[in-house]
Design a binder for this molecule. Structure first.
Ligand code: AMP
Ligand code: MG
Length: 271
């Protein structure tokens, strides 16, 4: 990963302090919003090209984890970054409140079955991290139980890595003020009403507790090979650009190659 893109990366062992981070930062880009749109188009084309190669190669796997408070833009980021890719090789799964069947199993059971396949990109819209976030804040299990999960998560992700998966994790960081504006839009704009859930108010009321849970989760689970990136997300255009840049860079590092052709293709004569 280039030095420049490293600015949002949580280094292994770092103690994350979200109150110190600027949610309106746009340091990766010096142009204006129009130039950002052009740049995003270019990056999206590169991502599509690389994803096509990854799919054709059929060997490596990529897992992209997206976590954020409500309204920070998880869904839009997925749309905006992966728009040009081939749906045959890109899979999205959203993790909501667990079903009774899921709750009857261990918390990684429902997640593991969606781990990426060879040649595939798997996107997690929320993830196993909810099991140390909402589960902690809402006290769904005793402290002792969620505290042990950082270790499980590190080990589970390491297992995926050892078996050939690349992992990149994003936290879309918005301010509480920005969330207020966006929730208000969901209340005011007919086309956005469907996104509003009354339960979101209760989550917002626990903002500080969520920030603390996110800080601990990222401090405990950002590793050299499965790093967290904290993306300033108050500016929508910048959030998508930054995530796209990092996804492109991650795919470039994988350097997927078209498989060698079968021998003798040049001898084949078609009728
Ligand atoms: P949304 O992403 O807006 O559709 O909301 C999904 C909801 O599911 C959020 O309120 C999450 O906190 C909740 N959720 C996701 N995973 C879990 C989990 N493991 N336990 C409890 N709630 C969860
Ligand atoms: Mg929601």
């Amino acid at each position: 990963m280039s030095k420049k893109l490293d600015i949002y990366r949580v280094k292994e062992g770092d103690k994350v302090s979200l109150s110190k981070l600027n949610t309106t930062d746009d340091a990766l880009f010096d142009g204006d919003k129009d130039e950002a749109t052009t740049k995003l188009d270019e990056i999206r084309d590169d991502i599509a090209e690389l994803q096509g190669r990854l799919y054709a190669e059929g060997k490596q796997r990529l897992l992209v984890v997206l976590q954020a408070m409500d309204t920070a833009g998880k869904d839009s980021t997925i749309r905006d970054v992966f728009k040009e890719t081939n749906p045959n090789g890109v899979h999205v799964v959203a993790f909501g409140r667990p079903s009774s069947e899921e709750l009857a199993h261990d918390y990684l059971w429902r997640v593991h079955q969606h781990a990426p396949i060879k040649g595939g990109i798997q996107i997690f819209n929320r993830s196993h991290y909810e099991d140390v976030l909402v589960v902690r804040v809402s006290e769904l299990v005793p402290d002792k139980q969620w505290k042990r999960r950082y270790g499980h998560i590190r080990a589970w992700e390491q297992m995926l890595i050892d078996e050939g998966t690349t992992i990149v994790k994003f936290f879309l960081n918005i301010s509480k003020d920005e969330q207020k504006e966006r929730l208000q839009e969901r209340l005011d704009v007919r086309e956005k009403n469907w996104k509003f859930e009354t339960g979101d108010i209760a989550v917002r009321a626990r903002w500080d507790d969520y920030m603390e849970a996110y800080e601990d989760a990222m401090s405990q689970t950002s590793t050299e090979q499965a790093p967290w990136h904290i993306i300033p997300s108050d500016k929508r255009w910048y959030r998508k650009l930054a995530v796209a840049e990092i996804v492109r860079e991650t795919l470039r590092d994988l350097d997927p190659q078209f498989p060698p052709p079968e021998v003798g293709l040049d001898q084949i004569v078609l009728d």
